[in-house]
Design a protein around this ligand. Sequence first.
Ligand SMILES: [Zn+2]
Length: 321
Amino acid sequence: MWYAKMYFSEKREFFQYDAAGMQGLPSVSRELPFLESLLSFLEMNCEELTPTLRRIAEDWNRLITEDDRQAGTNAMMELGGLGSRHIYLQLLYTRWYDRMTRMGVFGDRGSEEDRQMLEELRRLPEQLPLYQKQIRRFFELVLDVDSAGRDPQQQASQNYLYDAPKDPELFAFHPIPLSFEPVEPGRCSPVLYSGSIKDMIDYSLRSCVERDVTVRRCKNCGRWFPQTGRVSAEYCERPVPRGQQTCREAGAFRRWTKKQSDDPVFKAYRKEYKRRFAWIRAGRISDTDFYAWSEQAREMKKKCDRDIITLEEYVDWLKHP
Ligand SMILES: [Zn+2]
């Protein structure tokens, strides 16, 4: 039996898929930072996927009604392509591939199951953007620390009556297929055997509430990120293309330069430093004298930073050491 497993461990999330159901030998495995799959799903351009999804549905229809094998192959190729665009979409490939391989040589197709799967494919172009909307609403009302506050449990309990959301645009939870098994040496954990993309969204959102994880829009890139560490974090550490700085690194650097440029002690030091540096060229001072001065100036700056001397005393020293 095929499976699409998803589970969390520490600050990571794990996905394992196999169409043949080979436990321990998944054909696709992926490891991501906690919540990265949901956040990247939220940022996916669903409109771009619509033509592909429609073609897949039409090909599937031809396979199950006219026994058109080529159409079946085409559908599988396109589903494979979708799977590499987002890890949630890999579920479609796994499920449909499993169904394809169970079709016998003599037209064992067109069953109730096949027709239901066709309906599912046809609904996806509307469902995916709808899920995105419902996730965004859940963030705004429950998880976003800036709009909903720091207590997701409190917010969630106020926004649902039993399992029904009070706001019609809010995500609706349903029973999901959770199992429990060893996920790494010496550790067991709940494991979701997803039947649909919605199951994975459901599990991600409820896990945030259970773990008290809030989200926030990053001050640098504007994207949401999970606050798995400090709740005061303002910059994300979400994956960036190789070699680039994460927003957190970029933010730390910007804060440092901002702090320096606002600091009157540093400004005074910088101004005098530039003036004397120009003297070297003009031949008014030697390199050695300049560096000796700058070393002393930094020592004096430390004294000023610690309030041992006043800013006025420091400025006076800088000019007449
Ligand atoms: Zn960012």
